[in-house]
Design a protein around this ligand. Structure first.
Ligand SMILES: Cc1cc2nc3c(=O)[nH]c(=O)nc-3n(C[C@H](O)[C@H](O)[C@H](O)COP(=O)(O)OP(=O)(O)OC[C@H]3O[C@@H](n4cnc5c(N)ncnc54)[C@H](O)[C@@H]3O)c2cc1C
Length: 321
């Protein structure tokens, strides 16, 4: 493994470097990339570091109540941002459970978006939050809806010559639930994000119409449960109504066996945690702290199923197999 590291001081230079040849790769925090290099899955000759691009870091509230987050913002900075706490509760919940503090201190939002591993925490939050990913390349800047960004295993809609420069997150209420099967710090075996527009709860609990539900880690990419979203539009916001809609929708989901859990067990987890997330948002009111279903504590799934755990092995990239 042999490569040079270049640290451009402008976005224009960074784009020029990554567009110059196929053997160049961006390095942000390096937490994901290092594993890919170590296992020989990538062999770039040049790494372009974002270290000298402070203009890419930072969180700014937008006039509509949303956020613009620079791609080079570390996950720790986001986790402790007052703006994120106030405006993006589901994102904050996901950050508090992502990996460990050593990872969060160096990993950047752009890396968490571009890595494209299916078992990550932030993608379902961005999909349910209808985030737009801003990328800059030789042709200029464009925005990709998060729902169209994740294409499969390490595959995204970001061009090889494009740099993620920011994430735009519209205002929303919401929650994130993470299920791990081995340790609390583990990569997710399931991630569930549920969001609603802030206006939905102005005069009471949010309406069932307009709720957005995304799940991650049970397929090769995060996806919306659109059939359930549609069914909820005609469902009374009661525990029984929500439970019935979830049971029906999840029974029809295509879920495959994984090494860590059978399809049957994954379906069970999805039903339980989607129902709980919906109840938190629609009935309890989602709040960054008081509505946190886990209160920052690990959630290993239903207690009566805690003996169902995957083998204690890592995939070739250090992630779960
Ligand atoms: C021990 C450990 C535990 C982990 N646990 C979890 C977990 O529980 N949940 C979870 O979600 N994730 C987990 N991860 C994965 C972690 O979230 C990712 O490795 C991290 O988010 C990647 O960010 P980074 O800044 O380190 O990116 P890097 O490793 O630097 O880059 C990752 C990829 O993104 C590309 N890239 C980086 N920045 C940009 C950019 N601005 N524009 C375009 N492409 C870019 C790189 O070229 C590379 O392909 C874990 C990782 C480790 C090592």
């Amino acid at each position: 493994m042999s490569f040079t590291i270049t640290e451009p001081s402008t976005v224009t230079d960074a784009v020029r470097l990554i567009a110059a040849d196929d053997e160049t790769r961006i390095v942000a925090g390096g937490t994901g990339l290092t594993l890919l290099l170590r296992y020989g899955l990538l062999a770039p000759t040049r790494l372009v570091s974002l270290r000298n691009l402070p203009s890419l870091a930072g969180v700014a509230g937008t006039g509509d109540g949303g956020l613009r987050i620079g791609a080079a913002t570390t996950l720790s900075a986001l986790e402790h941002s007052d703006d994120v706490a106030a405006r993006a509760p589901a994102l904050r919940q996901a950050l508090r459970r992502l990996g460990n503090v050593r990872v969060r201190n160096v990993a950047q939002l752009g890396g968490a978006v571009a890595h494209g591993h299916p078992q990550m925490d932030l993608p379902p939050v961005l999909v349910a939050g209808e985030a737009r990913i801003e990328v800059t390349g030789p042709a200029g800047t464009r925005q990709i809806p998060a729902g169209e960004l994740f294409l499969g295993y390490y595959d995204t809609a970001i061009g090889d010559d494009e740099l993620v420069t920011a994430v735009h997150l519209p205002p929303h209420h919401g929650v994130y639930r993470k299920v791990t099967l081995r340790t609390a710090e583990d990569w997710p075996a399931l991630g569930v994000a549920v969001t609603t527009d802030p206006g939905d709860s102005r005069d009471g609990p949010p309406a069932t119409a307009g709720v957005r539900i995304a799940v991650g880690a049970i397929g090769d990419r995060p996806f919306r449960l659109t059939d359930l979203e549609d069914a909820l539009a005609d469902t009374p916001p009661t525990p029984a109504g929500i439970a019935e809609a979830v049971t029906t929708a999840v029974a029809d989901l295509e879920i495959h066996d994984g090494v860590d859990a059978s399809a049957e067990y994954r379906r069970h987890l999805v039903a339980v945690h989607v129902r709980r997330a919906l109840q938190t948002v629609l009935l309890d009111g989602a709040d960054p702290d008081h509505g946190d279903p886990d209160h920052g504590e690990p959630d290993h799934g239903e207690p009566d199923d805690s003996d169902v755990a995957g083998p204690d092995v890592a995939g070739p990239d250090g992630g779960p197999r």
